[in-house]
Design a protein around this ligand. Sequence first.
Ligand code: NI
Length: 388
Amino acid sequence: MPVKNRFAELLPEITAWRRDIHENPELLFDVHRTAGKVAGLLKDFGCDEVVEGIGRTGVVGVIKGRSDRRGRVVGLRADMDALPIIEQTGAAYASKVKGRMHACGHDGHTAMLLGAAKYLAETRNFDGTAVVIFQPAEEGGGGGREMVAEGMMETFGIQEVYGMHNMPGIPVGHFAVRPGAMMAAADQFDLTVTGKGGHAAKPHDCIDTTVVAAHIIVALQTIASRNVDPLKQVVVSVCAIEADTPAYNVIPQVVKMKGTVRTLDPAVQDFVERRVREVAEGTATALGAKAEVNYMRGYPVTMNTPEHTGFAVDVARSVSGNCDAECAPLMGAEDFSYMLNERPGAYIFLGNGDTAMVHHPAYNFDDDAIPFGSSWYAGMVESRMPAA
Ligand code: NI
């Protein structure tokens, strides 16, 4: 099962969908045009069922195979939303909306899954049911979480689920995946230090919040360097710091900080959350101030089940012959994690060649990757539910 010949024929059509979506980027849950286009095409393809409005603007298409002897159901997922970035590719199909750009290639993911859906609806060469999932709000809104929370997995009887993301730096036609943690959990924290403001020339009459904040920032670095096993991955970054006065000669009463924590292991995540609180509160107390931590859990770890990662590797290798089955995990995070928390499956990277990294204004999706991506999606259905 190399790249399916049908996708070579469909490439101009899939590319046209991709570029149309690229020209009309939409943010978070506000993907009405994109979702409408997806639903319209799925109906044109002859999907057995097309359901809109799941997780606000998500779309699900159901494609029944030629037979259903084993009651198998495989889910395939793509994301539809863009980013608030000013595009700088200079491409003929560049964004028509100033300040919005498909800089993460979700236009490509959506188009490739549409291509797979068209092929599967034409051929139906499998025993069971394929469910194609198009989610909104991957970029921070938790659209996948909302679709799962609305009972999508149960409603459609999904038994296992597969997702894909393009990745610059990996050659087009190559895949990369790993069993276990593939992407990190991404948490955020707000940290408020309260001391005693006053005249900067009289520090002994104050409790200097900027000095306390500086000590906390340094002390937080010991979580990664001194507290967590060096063989486990963790990132603790303080990314913003703001005093409640812009003056040169005032010690601020309050200093606020913001930061992120990235982990690949739920036990490490629990531990780091506890340590962020202890270190911040304890350091502030030692210096006579008070620290308050508001720790917010974000997307969980994207956890590939080993067995299903093996299936994903087999299909990737049959499509292109090139799949790294033990790639390094990424400390970025993925909303698909909520689907993988509900069902076994895998999330794979598809090479996007030599372009800027995703989320960069010069990032440019390579349409040559489309036949590989569509073939992999379709191949997962045909290999996991072989025709009876
Ligand atoms: Ni993305």
